[in-house]
Design a protein around this ligand. Structure first.
Ligand code: ZN
Length: 183
């Protein structure tokens, strides 16, 4: 069985779901984490949430090691992550999403966060993140709560993306990685 899973696109209902907390970190969860990491890397992504591969579990994978200053950052698996603190400082940064091919926009978010989660070894971890890592953590934890990055935009900015969103919803979409289009 291939480790590469198709990535679900807008407007599949699972991408609007608040995902179920993982109750037991078992072999099945560990295997899904491996598949999600392979799928993320295959798509040149830096983060992927479980609902983006059609799974209703609160788990996300993140790899920002291609970014300057994060070369030593290991690939993270975040199970049941909760962002416990946000910085007062907010900054804009351009975001994209593997579920929204060819759609990018500047999103304003807190510059730093503190996140608590379990890793696949069942260890509870707390990470304080800034720059790209803080950004991806917020984007991915949003996915686990059924939120897209464009939900953070002002209505007028979101309106500019509407045509592209409708294209994706209709399945008029291409990417260099396998997509799951439809219901
Ligand atoms: Zn995304």
């Amino acid at each position: 069985m291939s480790n590469i899973l198709p990535i679900y696109t807008f407007d599949h209902p699972i991408l609007r779901k608040k995902l179920k907390a993982v109750e037991e970190i078992n072999a099945e969860i560990a295997e899904l984490a491996e598949q999600m990491i392979a799928t993320m890397h295959n798509a040149d992504g830096i983060g992927l949430a479980a609902n983006q591969v059609g799974k209703n579990v609160a788990m996300t994978v993140i790899d920002v090691s291609s970014y300057e200053g994060f070369e030593q950052q290991k690939t993270l698996v975040l199970i049941n992550p909760v962002i416990e603190a946000f910085s007062d400082e907010e900054i804009p940064m351009e975001e994209g999403c593997l579920s929204l091919p060819d759609l990018r926009a500047d999103v304003v978010r807190p510059a730093q966060v503190q996140v608590r989660f379990y890793d696949v070894e069942m260890h509870e971890q707390i990470i304080e993140a800034d720059r790209i890592l803080a950004r991806v953590i917020q984007h991915e934890v949003d996915h686990l709560n059924g939120i897209y990055f464009f939900d953070h935009l002002k209505p007028i900015r979101r309106a500019l993306l509407k045509r592209r969103l409708m294209d994706i919803k209709r399945g008029d979409v291409e990417a260099d990685y396998p997509l799951f289009v439809g219901e």
